[in-house]
Design a protein around this ligand. Structure first.
Ligand code: ADP
Length: 579
């Protein structure tokens, strides 16, 4: 927040300047009123005309100044919210994947929408109002002292009350504001969950449940806000009543001074006007200070999200991959005391093809994530060409590795964008990957590369999405490719075609997480790494492992029963080899 205010320091100063000018000029209305009424009562036509001309000029100037101030304050609000959103967005995207995944995405959405709006309403606008009213207040006090020190003293007494009473609400308001922010975040999370689950809700006739769930969350959000608003209402009413009391006191004291001959009628009008200029600002300040104080937890949340999370290792070396990627005694767990990887050591040579196999949940995906720098709070080391991954520039590490996941995210754009993302590739490169990934097969049924894919690829089948993911990875031509069951939804023939082509790429280091226990395909891998319960149980070529007759052999024979037989696949694979 402070950084955003600093960034727009100049505009803040200009806004403040015009705020001071308009506020101070506004107070002078009281003096104009005093002079014009006294001139009228005295029948002084010359003075009357003079004041009229001054008033017209004064009004014009006041109007122009007011307009400039309003424009500046609106521009300031625009710039501050813009800069806050940008900072939060950059902060979120500077997080490592693990830190990002620690919060729900709807929580981030809520921060970028609800919280920023709350800051605009409860921090920026109140801050501007407070600053302007401080000036109105100070100017009013000066003019009041000039007209009647006694009335000024009475007003000061009332003011003490106006200050003390609302400050009692400050802490309670802070708690309520914090609750509003938290509740809005929960509401956004639940809402996102319901909307994302639209298809499940429809197909399992969960409409009534969804309706109830939404109603409950909606009510809770509204009730939490209402609880805060009730307190604001109480705070505002107390302040307003005290303000009216103050104005009454001024009128009665001033009237008494007229009766005793110590004040002119013009001064009475000026005093009433000024007491508004005195009490009004105090009121505005007292209404707004608790808002500013109350919104502090939201400011802290926005500041925390805006914080940049860049790695700053002592030396950020450029990653090189010419020899091998290795892991030494890796230990890792998502939750303390529950290790997912237990003392894993392995070396993956450049250009070789590895199949990672094992029962679900044994840690295959986790191992691959650690090898590619996704998580960094593990014990042991991961080394790329002998250099510890933690010494490398992690942003550049991604230039070496592509991963094709089972579930791949599709941007709500067309096929072309989802393959190239924001990068430029030649027509030949594009043509080649369309062929390798099998996309060309379904392009004919669509409007070509410009076909929209829908929200997260909703207009495509699972297999089509995976083919786009394959093309996305291959077009970047990175030396390490990870296939994390990345062809599981593709029809068998295309999947084998794709895997066959990847196995034929000499320089590519391929790590495939697979459940497909097919002898012909597995036989083409240089090594099978078989994992169980977070450890590497066995490793070797398919031939070696089967001959050994150990744990992999058992796993293989169980799985083989559900995998298409070699006889079925033989013609297919021969066809693929011929491609
Ligand atoms: P595999 O790829 O062999 O199926 P994973 O590496 O995905 O296994 O998961 C290994 C274990 O870690 C499983 O028990 C899984 O529930 C747990 N796990 C995986 N990802 C997370 C996560 N992000 N948070 C907590 N636990 C996880």
């Amino acid at each position: 927040m402070k950084a955003s205010l600093r960034q727009h320091k100049l505009l803040l100063m200009i806004t403040l300047f015009f705020s001071i000018i308009t506020a101070a000029a506004g107070v002078l209305i009281a003096l104009v009123l005093q002079k014009v009424i006294d001139a009228a009562l005295q029948g002084d036509r010359g003075l009357f005309r003079e004041i009229l001309v001054i008033s017209v000029v004064y009004l014009l100037l006041l109007g122009v100044m007011g307009l400039i101030y309003n424009l500046c304050s609106k521009a300031l609000i625009r710039n501050l919210t813009l800069s806050l959103r940008e900072r939060v967005f950059r902060g979120i995207f500077s997080r490592k994947a693990e830190a990002f995944a620690a919060s729900n995405t709807a929580d981030y959405l809520s921060a970028l929408t609800n919280d920023i709006k709350q800051l605009e309403d409860q921090y920026i606008q109140p801050l501007l109002q407070v600053m302007q009213n401080v000036v109105v207040f100070a100017a009013s006090v000066l003019v009041l002292l000039y007209i009647s020190p006694l009335v000024t003293a009475i007003l000061a007494g009332c003011m003490v009350l106006i200050f003390i009473i609302p400050s009692l609400f400050g802490t309670a308001l802070q708690t309520k504001q914090s609750a509003v922010s938290a509740q809005m975040s929960i509401f956004t999370i639940r809402l996102k969950d319901l909307l994302s689950g639209f298809e499940v809700i429809k197909s399992y006739a969960m409409g009534t449940y969804a309706g109830h769930k939404f109603q409950t969350e909606n009510r809770q959000a509204a009730d939490t806000r209402f609880a805060a608003d009730r307190l604001f209402a109480l705070n505002e009413s107390v302040s307003q009543t005290l303000a009216i009391l103050t104005q009454f006191a001024v009128v009665f004291v001033a009237a008494y001074l007229i009766i005793t001959g110590n004040l002119s009628a013009g001064s009475l009008v000026a005093l009433v006007q000024l007491s508004g200029g005195f009490v009004g600002p105090v009121l505005v300040i007292m209404e707004n200070l608790p808002k500013i104080k109350g919104v502090r937890p939201v400011v802290e949340r926005i500041d925390a999200l805006s914080a940049q999370h860049h790695d700053t290792p002592a030396e950020q070396l450029d990653p090189q991959f010419n020899v091998a990627l290795s892991a030494n005694h890796l230990q890792f767990g998502y939750t303390p005391g529950q290790p997912v990887l237990k003392d894993v050591s392995l070396t993956l040579d450049k250009g070789k093809k590895y199949a990672l196999a094992g029962p679900s949940g044994c840690g295959k995906s986790t191992l691959v994530k650690l090898l590619t720098g996704y998580y960094d709070r593990y014990e042991g080391t991961v080394e790329l060409d002998g250099t510890n991954l933690k010494q490398l520039d992690t942003s550049r590490l991604q230039e070496l590795v592509s991963t094709i996941h089972q579930n791949v995210y599709m941007f709500d754009s067309d096929i072309h964008f989802n393959i190239c993302l924001h990068e430029e590739f030649s027509a030949e490169q594009l043509e080649e990957v369309l062929h390798t990934s099998g996309i060309h097969k379904f392009l004919e049924q669509t409007n070509g590369l410009q076909s929209p894919v829908g929200e997260n690829g909703s207009q495509l089948s699972g297999g089509q999405r995976q083919r786009i993911a394959v093309a996305r990875a291959l077009i970047r031509n990175k030396p390490i490719l990870i296939l994390d069951e990345g062809t599981s939804a593709i029809d068998m023939q295309t999947a084998y075609e794709i895997e066959g082509r990847l196995l034929a790429l000499e320089d590519l280091t391929l790590i495939t997480i697979t459940h497909n226990m097919n002898e012909l395909m597995l036989g083409r891998y240089d090594e099978i790494i078989y994992m169980e319960e977070g450890r590497i149980a066995e490793r070797g070529s398919l031939h070696e492992l089967l001959a050994y007759g150990g744990r992999f052999h058992d796993f293989y024979t169980q799985k083989e029963a559900v995998t298409p037989s070699n006889e079925q696949q033989q013609p297919l694979l021969q066809e693929i080899d011929a491609v």
